[in-house]
Design a protein around this ligand. Structure first.
Ligand code: GLA
Length: 369
């Protein structure tokens, strides 16, 4: 059993904060191109307990990463990247101080239910949970959108993962059962409830990714290069009418542009399909998004394709697709209402038999959890 705050630090926490992981329904790799995304919170959360200290020392424990009783420490103002989970804590304190916020040291215990490397935004949920705890403990004048932007800075400026704004926005302002339709360039958002008649499913393939490892960075650089060659500030500025021109770019840039342009259009169409409860249409958009990620953006892996293939064979599933950054991670599916638990169980079982991997069903959440 992981050590409690009381056992670790000898007194109870002053503040408790949480932030959820997210599943992106559609709109993948569009956020760093100024485009549209549609994430939703999942029930799994990161929990943070915190108590202020009178000096500038930060002492931190992770129930997921630390050995029993193992406390990592650093001094405020002396944050340095160490390639461990503590980087997220150091990133938060460095970003807050650089923005002019005053902190003292603190004790921190984190515990996450969001599986790491699963494409469900475990790191943004950690950033946002820590930021929320510090906002409360130090009465920081930061609203929820500013808090999400700070979370993105932690990843980009400190951890060195050049991610977009979707994940911290989802962790900060999304809720379960309601999709967050976000225009990442204008930072405008609307909440779109899932219609009745739909059971979302999220299955983790068991194949972990690591964004900082390079593939994500390569995709992002390809998009920036393509935008430059096409003479637009961001790929968001292109429409389907520009595709013939984009397809003349050196490979693979043309295919990358085609994914971003068609994916942005699919987000808009998905919002319409959710509003009009056109579930077959929603399913078609999900599969089209998956194929575009697989063939044009090349971010899928065989295990993920197997999960989507099993969904295609299942009469109770409207649609399925890779969710999150890719190169492993999770699949999101939409199933007929009332069938979600049974569909998820049978697809996960067949997937385990065929792949040898150990899948985990995150949504719907099982009662035993
Ligand atoms: C990761 C990043 C997001 C987004 C997705 C892909 O989750 O953190 O910003 O780019 O990949 O849609």
């Amino acid at each position: 059993m992981a050590s409690s705050f009381q056992e670790l630090f000898g007194h109870p926490p002053e503040v408790v904060a949480h932030a959820p992981g997210r599943v992106n329904l559609i709109g993948e790799h569009t956020d760093y191109n100024g485009g549209f995304v549609l994430p939703m919170a999942i029930p799994q959360q990161t929990h943070v307990e915190l108590r202020r200290r009178t000096d500038r020392r930060v002492r931190a424990f992770s129930a997921n990463k630390s050995q029993p009783g193992e406390i990592l420490e650093f001094e405020l103002g002396q944050e340095s990247v160490g390639k461990s989970w503590l980087d997220y804590v150091q990133g938060v304190t460095q970003v807050l101080q650089r923005q002019g916020h005053t902190l003292s040291g603190f004790e921190l215990r984190v515990q996450s239910e969001v599986p790491l490397g699963s494409g469900l935004s475990s790191s943004a949920s950690l950033d946002v949970a820590i930021l929320r705890a510090l906002r409360q403990a130090f009465s920081l004048p930061v609203d929820d959108v500013q808090l999400a932007l700070l979370g993105q800075k932690v990843e980009v400026d400190f951890v060195g993962a050049p991610v977009g704004v979707m994940d911290p926005m989802a962790a900060s302002i999304a809720s379960e059962g309601v999709a967050l339709f976000l225009d990442t360039r204008e930072m405008r958002f609307e909440r779109v409830p899932l219609p009745a008649g739909l059971d979302p499913i999220v299955i983790n393939s068991g194949v972990a990714h690591n964004h900082a490892a390079g593939d994500y960075r390569v995709r992002r650089a390809e998009c920036e290069r393509a935008a430059e060659l096409l003479g637009v500030p961001q790929l968001r500025d292109l429409s389907e009418a520009d595709l013939p021109r984009a397809e003349k770019l050196p490979e693979p840039l043309g295919r990358r542009v085609r994914h971003i342009v068609t994916e942005n259009a699919r987000v808009l169409a998905t919002v319409e399909a959710l509003r009009s409860a056109d579930l077959p249409k929603l399913g078609t958009l999900f599969y089209a998004s998956h194929d575009s990620q697989r063939l044009d953006y090349e971010v899928s892996v065989p295990e993920i394709d197997l999960l989507v293939g099993l969904a295609r064979e299942d009469a109770d599933v409207y649609g399925a697709r890779l969710t999150g950054g890719g190169f492993g991670g999770s699949v999101v599916m939409m199933a007929r209402a009332g069938t979600g638990a049974a569909v998820a169980a049978r697809i996960a079982r067949r997937y385990a038999e065929r792949s040898g991997q150990q899948p985990a069903i995150l949504v719907p959440q099982s009662i035993e959890h």
